[in-house]
Design a protein around this ligand. Structure first.
Ligand SMILES: *Cc1c(COP(=O)(O)O)cnc(C)c1O
Length: 366
């Protein structure tokens, strides 16, 4: 038998979550498949979404090429644009859409020699200060791109820094800045603002005017994880997302600790009574966060917690309430029974990081 650790991906749930994003927007949505679809397998996810998706978004030409090689024909947006003008010929050949976030990219695009026309998403920095032209730089770039024969349409986009915060005032300030920038151009084309947190909290969804269309960019929510997890606990307002990935492993050993015995590196957990502990074939090399402390986990469907320090290939679970658990018992690290957001929270991080990091496990799809 091979090492017993599996990631099961529910593609129907992925489709369901994508449709929720479209429904919330009452309009088109680019399914964000960067980072190997947040660790779920970009090609499998793209093929499942292909019959219903308006388009996809990825972080690099390599990621786009992988989808085109898998016969994906929808628009694919390169979220960081191109890193080098040499990429432009292939971008045109693969008919990708490109983000332009800096003046050098405007010049490179207009100087490029290729036959196809590409759609450009001009990125405005409305306050996040990661990528994007300042509102003052936008009119000149917009003019140049509009006059550039290699450019088909120019869309206008921005990205929110704090869409997951309870206080939406920062998002609203970014929306105002975006609207002012668009209005200064009398812009009425395609716009795009919202990531998952903005979609789920219902901010930033309106159109500029009747002829403009607003494309949302759901990432995390497609995979059934919730960027508003911390907020939702406070609001008690559960979103109807369906779980996509279930990460499962098995118990490969069961130890009985006597009072005073410690388990694992650093002897981080010490028993104060006689108790059983399970050793699970999952560690940080599989993507389970090493920083997780007393994270929720399910053994044979029963909720318990992890114990001690996560090691590279193994971690420990509390079997005090699981007298039947034995070698071979199924352990859900996250999935239907254990929320990946709750595990992330126990590790002081976000489900984004957990999902992206899954590796060295056998994937199955249904
Ligand atoms: C990753 C990314 C998204 C998706 O964000 P989620 O929070 O996962 O929904 C949207 N837009 C841009 C520009 C991104 O880089």
């Amino acid at each position: 038998m091979t090492r017993p650790i599996y990631a099961h991906v529910n593609l129907d749930a992925l489709k369901h979550n994508y449709l929720l994003a479209k429904e919330a927007n009452q309009g088109p949505a680019l399914a964000v498949l960067k980072a190997n679809a947040y660790g779920h397998g970009a090609v499998a996810c793209a093929q499942a979404l292909s019959p219903i998706a308006d388009g996809f978004a990825v972080a690099s030409l390599e990621e786009a090429r992988q989808l085109r090689n898998a016969q994906i024909t929808q628009p694919i947006l390169l979220l960081e644009g191109f890193f080098d003008a040499e990429e432009l010929a292939e971008i045109a050949a693969l008919e990708c859409w490109v983000v332009v976030h800096d003046a050098w990219q405007v010049d490179a695009l207009c100087a490029a020699q290729f036959k196809a026309q590409t759609q450009v998403w001009l990125k405005v920095n409305t306050g996040m200060h990661r990528l994007g032209l300042t509102p003052a730089e936008v009119p000149q770039a917009y003019q140049a791109l509009s006059n550039c024969p290699q450019v088909d349409q120019v869309a206008l986009m921005t990205h929110f820094a704090n869409a997951d915060a309870i206080d939406k005032s920062d998002v609203k300030a970014q929306i105002r800045q975006f609207e002012e920038t668009a209005n200064a151009l009398s812009f009425d084309g395609l716009i795009s603002l919202s990531n998952s947190a903005a979609i789920l909290s219902g901010v930033g969804l309106k159109n500029l005017n009747q002829s403009s269309s607003n494309w949302v960019r759901p990432g995390l929510m497609l995979y059934g994880a919730d960027p508003l997890y911390a907020n939702i606990e406070k609001d008690n307002n559960v979103q109807p997302l369906q779980t996509v990935m279930t990460l499962q492993a098995k118990l490969i050993a069961v130890k009985t600790l006597q009072a005073g015995d410690a388990i694992g590196y650093g002897s981080l957990f010490k028993a104060d009574v006689t108790m059983r502990v399970g050793v699970v074939a999952c560690g940080y090399a599989d993507g389970y966060p090493r920083t997780a402390m007393q994270a929720p986990v399910a053994v044979d469907g029963v909720q318990t917690t992890t114990l001690g320090r996560v090691s590279m290939d193994m971690l420990y679970v509390d079997l005090r309430d699981l007298p039947e658990a034995a070698i071979g018992s199924v352990v859900e690290l996250w999935g239907e029974q254990v929320s990946v957001d709750a595990v992330a929270s126990a590790a002081n991080t976000l489900s984004y990081e957990l999902l992206c990091n899954v590796k060295r496990v056998q994937f199955t799809y249904s």
